[in-house]
Each structure stands twice: as C-alpha cells, then as structure tokens.
Design a protein around this ligand. Structure first.
Ligand code: MGD
Ligand code: MGD
Ligand code: SF4
Ligand code: MO
Length: 668
C-alpha cells in the first residue's frame, strides 16, 4: 500500500520481556502496533498494558511543550515557554549552583521509565554532560540491587539460566515472582514444559493469578525464603540426592553450608515459614528426585531486609542438586549480566571523584541537593517515604527539572518541565533482562509538539552552555555503534546495520545455553556457598515487625494494569484497575472489625493511604497486600502505598525493601 511502512521497534518499559514490536505507519502517522510474531521470545503478543500504547502517545494529558512553574511548588501550575527560555533558565541556575555549592549539589535522578541504552537507564544518558559539571553520580538501586549483589557473590554473576530453557524443565519453582503479571512471555515456555509433564509450584505469600495457574501454591511468610531453601535442601541431603561430583568439582564452602542445611529440618522450617512441614517435605522430595529443576526467582523476592542473602541460598540449590549442569536446570533471576555492551560512563570527564546518591534514599539525600534533575522517573509515586520526598521538593532553594511525558505527581513539584519523546518517536537500543536478545527500536514517527529525546535534550543543553567536549555531540546512531563495539564474543557480528534491518538478534550464546556447566565466573571458578555464621543472615532474622503498633506486613507487588507508575493516568487501564483495594485475611479483618468492601486507612509513622478492604484467604494472616503503581493524585486521599514505605535498605547492594513494610489498618 502506498505510504504504508512497517517499522520494527521494542518495548522500552521496565519489564523482563522487552518485546519486539511492529508499528505500521501510514502517511507519517502510527496506526497500528503489534507484537512481532517472528521474535522467538515475544512470539507476537504484547500485554494488557501496552496493547494501547499508540493511544497513550496521543493522550490528552501528554506534555508537549516546555513549561515553567507559575504556582507554588506542588501545585502543578505552569505556563508554556519556549525551549530557548527553558535552556536559558536552566543554564543560569546550573552554573550558579555549581559555582556556589559545587557540582555534587546536582542530582541527576534517572529512573526505569525506559530501559533504553540511549534514552533510558541502561546506558549513560546525560552522563557525559553531568560529569563535565561534576554532578553527583546516581545509583539505580531501587529494583534489583540486593539480588544482584547476592548472586554475584555466589555465582560471580547475577545472570543464570536462559529463560527459554524452562521448556526443558521437569520441576519449576516460581519463587517470589508473579509471572503472569510481571513478565508473562515466560509462561509459554512453562506451558511447553508442562506438556512434557513438568510440575509447577508457586511460592508466594499471596495466591496470585500465577499461583492460581500453578499445580501447587506454598503460601510463605514474607522474608522467610532462605529458611525454605535450607529446608528443601535438608530433604535432598536426607535422600542422599546431592550431586557429589558437581559439589567436588564446581563449588566451595560446602562443609559449612552443609552444616547450615542440617540445622534446618522441615519441622523448624515449617515454624519459620508458616508452610506445613508435610508440604515442605513433599517439595523437598520432588526437588531431590527431579532433574532438571528450574527456579524462577525475580525481584519481588529480594525486596526484603535479607533479600541478598535469600538469593544467595536459592542460587545454592542447583549447586547442591547439580542442576546448574543440566539444560533446563538452574536459576533465572535476570539475564542482564549476560549482556556485554560497551557502556562507558566516561569518568575521565570528571575533574575529581564525586559522591554517589541512591534512589531508595531520595528523601534523606535530597537534603544536600540544590538541583534535582528527574528523568524517566517518578519518585513521588515510586520511591520510599513519599511524604518525606514531598517535604524536600517543597524547598524553595531546590531547583527541580523534570523531563516527562505526562503530568505526574513529581512534575507537580518541578520548576521547569521538559517534554520528552515516547518510544515510537526516537531511536533506541535494548536488551531484555528476561531473555537473550538485543533489539533495535527504530524511530517510527515525528514527535508531537516540541518533545525531544533524552539524548537530544542534553546535546542542546550542552550547546546552549557553550560546552566544547566533542563527545557531547555524538548522534544517536554513533552512540549505538559505540555500545555495540565492546569486543565481547557475545556481540561479535551484531552490527547496528543488522539490528536495524532485523529488529532483534540473539546474542552469541548457544541454544540450549548452560552457562555454568563447566564452572562459574568467580575468582576460583567455583560456586561459593553462603558462609555459615555471622556473614550469613537469612531474611527471616533481619525481617519481622518489631513495633507492636504495626503488626501487619504490607507487600506491594506489581500491578497487572500499570507498570510501576507508568500508565497510572491511562483512563482505560485505570478503569480496569478499579478502586484501590487491600487484601486482608479473614482473621485479621475480624480482629479489627473490618467489613468487606469498606474503605480503610493503611498507616504507620510515615503516613497513610486509603483503600477498600478485600477480605480473602489469598493472603495469610499477618500479611496484607496492595499493588504498586497508582498515581497518588489520582488515588483517594491523594496518596499511594509508598506513603507507608520506609527508607530502609536491604542487607546487600543497598537494595530496596518494598515488601517489608509494617502497618496497621483502621476503618476510616
Ligand atoms: N504488570 C506489571 N509488570 C511489571 C511491573 C509492573 O509494575 N506491572 N514491574 C516491573 C518491574 S520494575 C519489575 S522489577 C518486575 C518485578 O516483578 P516481580 O519479581 O514479579 O515482582 P513483584 O510483583 O514485586 O513480586 C513478585 C511476587 O513476589 C511476592 N513476594 C513478596 N515478598 C515475598 C517473599 O518474601 N517471599 C516470596 N516467596 N514471595 C514474595 C509478591 O507477593 C509477588 O506476588 O516486574 C516488572 N513487570
Ligand atoms: N511500593 C512499591 N514501590 C515500588 C516498587 C514496589 O515493588 N513497591 N518497585 C520499585 C521498582 S522495581 C522500580 S523499577 C521503581 C520504578 O520507579 P521509577 O523509576 O520512578 O519508574 P516509574 O514510576 O514507572 O516512572 C517512570 C516515569 O518515566 C517516564 N518516562 C518513560 N520513558 C521516558 C523517557 O524516555 N524519557 C523521559 N524523560 N521519561 C520517560 C514515564 O512517563 C514515568 O512517569 O519503582 C519502585 N517502586
Ligand atoms: S510491558 Fe513487558 S510484556 Fe508488555 S509489551 Fe512491554 S515488554 Fe512486552
Ligand atoms: Mo523494577
């Protein structure tokens, strides 16, 4: 058809699946978007959130022009200004801040709104510019930092199984992961395994939609998974089913770890985890006698005080059973560490070393910041202790710039808002964190209004400030070429030309891929079992409600209809999400006189949010749950659950504690 184009792209959202998509463009307008049927992981389907992405790009509330604040901070009152005016004001303010307070008073706060290597958080967006100003570094620790740290200590990498190998598994444990909501394309591979007789077990404090579809659900007390892992291994040892050859050749620290396992008989584990001893034993028997066994543990599991240690023990399971040597065996947490692009943070452009600020501590660290530059993030909606963040953002001496698509709660506090392009409007390079492919997202249409991409915004700002470092002005295609020239064998032969033509390319790993069959990328080449004793602190000793005023554990997992706070303003997805609810076990509801469907306050010392009670045995007594992702200003009472999330880091990697909140629930 004349004037019709098919443009290959990729979903930029913070989701393990990084879908390949095809956009149909007619006369310069994107008219259709579909999952790419040729891509082996996506296999044609997108998801409930992204099916209407094109409509979302054209939504009425899209920010199309630079804005300057006219009302008080937090009011969301703005006037339209030109890019020239915006860049002028920004340049003057940045220079004054650097002069008076030093570059470290600037916090470039980059979130996970896009996982692009050019426009989003996986690359170095703006970093050259920030280094030349001497701005603070930013550490994206809000998502997976504890698990990554725990796994790297154990395996030498946070990467493990190719998720496609799940099709080869005979026993699958979905451990603290809600596959059908938070990355549903894995499900097809699980179904393939099931067709060959695999047994699927969900281990989750909530009976999620994934747990509903599993063969078995173990309702575990939050933060006690380390104990369950040890209990299962206790049964493996009792059955003498450990892989002695693998243990001898490929592991270290076994004697100590074995002692730790022996200290965890199923009865003790049942008491700690709340799972009946008989169920622990039964699963232990399956684990002992089923090869290959695949473990899928993702980010939800490690958002606890002991999240790093938990992933350490879980990654040790296939070390004991020898599953790491079998295709279809092992653990899949994230594939990110299999990706070896040339991400150069250009520290050579820094005049002196600078501090690093972390996303989970935005509220307390903002106190020493004079310019808060937010891009692809919504801290007021997504970060811990949102009330404390708001108090900081009200400070008159803080200059806040937000690059955004939509008028989020964070935008309401901006001094200057810059309109950003969406995925169909810019180029980007992607890798999945739940699969083994690189993807290219080709710009399909011109941006609406005066929206600019992240890369172009920083090029213009640098030019406006008269900066002369040539690398500030590299084009998007040049940046992509640089990323692809790491020299690592996994990306050899994957050129930009090829990616632009084919849309997606599998990195150079064999299929099936068993990464640790011959050893681990640790210094000794061996899997390092978690040490017994002091250094080894399972979640269940670190977690637990110490304050009797707040006896309920609040878990705030992924919402089916939103992606973090992205889409929180989408009318159709809000309609599907209905009013906010909080799941409460019948016993806890009765103890508080709560009635089904009635509005309640969920509160602690940090603040409160409102929700309607859903009385259900989907959660165990003592646990309450509500999904993340709603926009506070579109929620009853103007708050979302992050008002009650404390600033508290996990045991390793300064990871977050989003599922470790202690609250009380009271009728309104
Ligand atoms: N639809 C949708 N998809 C998403 C997202 C979204 O917001 N919406 N977010 C994306 C992002 S940013 C990420 S990081 C991933 C996260 O994806 P997941 O890792 O799936 O993260 P969560 O949904 O937070 O948690 C998964 C499950 O872990 C359970 N859980 C919580 N604490 C514990 C525990 O102590 N033990 C056990 N065994 N289970 C526990 C929760 O009840 C939940 O059902 O999903 C991505 N995909
Ligand atoms: N209670 C609770 N809170 C959580 C979690 C939880 O489990 N429970 N999970 C946490 C996790 S895993 C994560 S990853 C964080 C995510 O937290 P954030 O990184 O703050 O992500 P979002 O809330 O999705 O906000 C992303 C914003 O970026 C914008 N955006 C998207 N693409 C672009 C772009 O290309 N350019 C620009 N300028 N903007 C763009 C979107 O419009 C959106 O408003 O949330 C965390 N918050
Ligand atoms: S959010 Fe995930 S499942 Fe949905 S389109 Fe994007 S990558 Fe695919
Ligand atoms: Mo995340």
């Amino acid at each position: 058809m004349s004037g019709e184009l098919r443009v290959l792209g990729a979903c930029p959202l913070d989701c393990p699946d990084t879908c390949s998509w095809v956009v149909t463009v007619e006369n310069g307008r994107a008219v259709k978007m579909r999952g790419n049927p040729d891509q082996p992981y996506t296999r044609g389907a997108l998801c409930v959130k992204v099916n209407r992405y094109l409509e979302h790009t054209r939504a009425d509330d899209r920010i199309l022009y630079p804005l300057r604040r006219t009302g008080p901070k937090g009011s969301g009152q703005f006037e339209r200004i030109t890019w020239e005016e915006a860049l002028d004001e920004i340049s003057v303010r940045l220079r004054a801040i650097v002069e008076e307070h030093g570059g470290e008073a600037i916090w470039p706060y980059l979130g996970t709104g896009s996982l692009g290597y050019l426009q989003g958080c996986e690359g170095v967006a703006g970093r050259r510019f920030w280094n030349l100003l001497g701005a603070s570094k930013h550490w994206l620790n809000i998502c997976s930092a504890a698990g990554n740290a725990g796994l790297r200590r154990t395996l030498g990498t946070a990467a493990g199984m190719d998720p496609e190998n799940f099709a080869l598994s005979k026993l699958i444990l979905l451990w603290g992961t809600n596959t059908l909501t938070s990355g549903h394309h894995l499900w097809k591979f699980i179904q393939d395994a099931r067709a060959n007789g695999a047994h699927v077990v969900a281990i989750d404090p909530i009976r999620t939609r994934t747990a509903d579809q599993a063969d078995e659900h173990l309702a575990i007390r939050p933060g006690t998974d380390g104990a369950l892992a040890l209990g299962l291994l206790n049964v493996v040892l009792a059955e003498n089913a450990q892989d002695e050859e693998f243990l001898a050749e490929h592991t270290e620290g076994w004697d100590d770890f074995r002692e730790e396992i022996l200290r965890h008989p199923v009865e003790r584990v049942a008491e700690i985890t709340g799972i009946p001893a008989e169920a622990v034993h039964r699963l232990g028997m399956r684990l002992a006698h089923t090869r290959p066994t695949a473990l899928r543990a993702t980010h939800g599991l490690q958002r606890h005080a002991g999240g790093g240690a938990t992933l350490r023990v879980i990654a040790a399971i296939p070390g004991v059973t020898g599953d790491w040597r079998h295709p279809g065996g092992g653990l899949a947490f994230s594939t990110s560490d299999h990706v070896h692009l040339n991400v150069d943070r250009r520290d050579d452009l820094l005049a002196a070393p600078v501090r690093t600020l972390t996303m989970t501590k935005a509220a307390s660290q903002l106190a020493s910041v004079k310019c808060f530059w937010v891009y692809a993030a919504n801290p007021v909606g997504s970060s811990p202790d949102s009330n404390a963040i708001r108090r900081q953002l009200l400070r008159e001496d803080l200059f806040t710039v937000v690059m955004e698509h939509f008028p989020t709660d964070t935008v309401d506090y901006a001094d200057i808002v810059l309109p950003a392009t969406m995925q169909t409007e810019h180029h980007d390079l992607h890798a999945g964190y739940g699969h083994m492919y690189l993807l290219w997202n080709e710009k399909a249409v011109e941006p609406p209004g005066e929206c600019l991409s992240t890369t172009e915004t920083f090029r213009r700002l640098a030019r406006h400030m008269g900066m002369t470092e040539p690398s500030l002005y590299d084009s998007d295609l040049e940046l992509a070429e640089q990323l692809l020239t790491s020299g690592h064998p996994s990306v050899e032969g994957i050129t930009l030309d090829r990616l632009r033509k084919e849309g997606w390319v599998r990195m150079n790993y064999p299929k099936p891929f068993t990464p640790f069959a011959e050893g681990f990328p640790t210094p000794s080449g061996r899997l390092r079992f978690p040490p017994a004793g002091k250094a080894y602190v399972p979640s269940y000793t670190a977690s637990g409600a110490a304050d009797p005023r707040y006896p309920l554990t609040l878990v705030t997992p992924a919402s089916h209809t939103f992606l973090n706070t992205t889409f929180g303003n989408n009318p159709e997805l809000r309609r599907r999400a209905k009013e906010p609810t909080v799941l409460v076990n019948p016993a806890d509801a009765a103890a508080r006189g709560l009635e089904d469907g009635r509005r309640v306050r969920v509160h602690n010392d940090g603040g409160e949010f409102l929700a309607d009670v859903e009385i259900s045995d989907r959660v165990a007594a003592g646990v309450v749950a509500t999904p993340k992702g709603r926009w506070p200003k579109l929620s009853p009472g103007g708050a979302n659950p992050n008002a009650v999330v404390a600033e508290r880091d996990a045991d390793m990697g300064r990871g977050p504690g989003f599922h470790d909140n202690f609250v009380e629930i009271s009728p309104v």
